[in-house]
Design a protein around this ligand. Structure first.
Ligand SMILES: [Fe+2]
Length: 403
């Protein structure tokens, strides 16, 4: 996070006594990169490392799918069935050593708590509302929110109401950060950034629960899950301060940049990670040069994998790509507008598309879920007059990609 935050009661000096109802509180520092990275200091009612039971370590299985051909992909997740809580509903779509991409459709609240001990998490909420109940306070979420949860933060997700939930979950082995070019040396967001500190929302309600019982905390570590049963409610923090905490940013609060002639995706960057970046496409004016072609030119991702998740907008009226679709344009191949799309775009003045793009700089490996959701006709949508067995309906052009 780019700014200091303090919540609840903390002593005037760090690493000094703080008393609450006659007991000395337990200070805990959670931080990164030894003591050189961002950190926060928490004050607990109880010693946080107490245990009642420990479960058996469960390695996470990755059911990899290696396609027979190197082609563009369209994954249609509209019919993905809901089931499970925000953790158990996750289904892995793609991964490499830097990044995991999960789809999740939770339909119930988490009972236990969860902490990722080895990766940052970035949850894009396509549909749904609720609360991330964290040890640092409650963080409400709603449609269009990016929820950034740094490693080390214990939380559970509680949806509000029975409405549908549809989440895109990125798990990043490096930090998920505000791009450095948006920040000055003080961490403040600069005037040219597409969002400012006022758009960032931090935990709003600090629960300090003093209850004894059996509480399950699941830790993601070493590529697996480890359950612990602890004797006190995990949300027993009286106060905390620092730079390491969860936060949200809504995609509809972004201030997109436009140019006279088509700008490439990095102008829409929202986050940076190690080995990937995340861009957001939101409604905006398109190129206004009199000779402009206001859609992307064909381009080859020579050393990146472009995965786009479609959220809302005009592509929904086109056959093939709809909301909750994903396209993957892998490295080494050219992609761009399908035949006729460039001509159709001439004279347009704006776009109402909403989408999230992940550019991964190392190859993404696919899973059995990707095979299940794959729509092979997409790879042939640039050659509509060629009829091949793989093309379900080659005469119908699918929409051009957003980037
Ligand atoms: Fe692209």
């Amino acid at each position: 996070m780019t700014s200091y935050h303090r919540f609840g009661t903390v002593p005037p000096k760090r690493h000094t006594q703080l008393w609450h109802e006659g007991r000395l509180l337990v200070e805990e520092v959670i931080g990164l990169e030894g003591f050189d990275g961002p950190s926060s200091t928490l004050y607990h009612l109880h010693q946080p490392m107490q245990l009642r039971q420990v479960g058996t370590f469960r390695p996470l299985a990755r059911d990899e799918w290696q396609p027979d051909h190197h082609l563009h992909h369209h994954f249609d997740s509209r019919e993905l069935a809901p089931g499970g809580d925000a953790l158990t509903a996750r289904r892995l779509l793609a991964f490499n050593d830097d990044l995991e991409v999960w789809l999740s459709r939770p339909d119930r609240a988490m009972v236990g708590w969860y902490r990722n001990g080895e990766a940052d998490e970035l949850v894009f909420v396509h549909e749904g509302a609720g609360t991330f109940e964290t040890v640092l306070g409650d963080l409400p979420y709603r449609d269009g929110d990016y929820v950034v949860v740094p490693r080390g933060v214990t939380y559970r997700v509680v949806p509000s109401g029975p409405g549908p939930q549809r989440h895109l979950v990125l798990v990043s082995s490096g930090l998920v950060e505000v791009p450095a070019r948006y920040r000055n040396g003080y961490g403040q967001l600069l005037e040219h950034a597409p969002y400012c500190q006022r758009d960032l929302h931090v935990p709003a309600n600090l629960r300090t629960v003093d209850e004894e019982g059996d509480y399950t905390v699941t830790l993601r570590i070493r590529g697996g899950l480890q359950d612990y049963v602890v004797p006190f409610h995990p949300c027993d923090v009286v106060g905390w301060d620092g730079y390491l905490y969860p936060w949200t940013l809504n995609i509809h609060d972004l201030e997109p940049l436009a140019k006279q002639i088509h700008p490439p995706p990095p102008v829409h960057q929202t986050f940076e990670g190690r080995g990937f970046m995340v861009c957001s496409f939101v409604p905006r004016p398109v190129d206004w040069h009199p000779e402009a072609v206001p859609i992307p030119y064909s381009h080859a991702n020579l050393n990146s994998e472009e995965l786009i998740y479609y959220v809302a907008g005009s592509f929904g009226s086109r056959k093939g790509i709809d909301v909750a679709s994903l396209t993957l344009h892998p490295s080494g191949l050219t992609h761009g507008p399908q035949p006729g799309v460039a001509e159709a775009s001439l004279g347009s003045t704006h776009t109402d598309e909403v989408a999230v793009m992940i550019d991964a700089f190392r190859p993404l490996r696919l899973t059995a879920l990707a095979r299940e959701l794959d729509r092979p006709d997409y790879a042939w949508s640039w050659t509509p007059t060629v009829h091949l067995d793989q093309a379900a309906d080659p005469a119908v052009p699918t929409p051009g990609p957003l980037a």
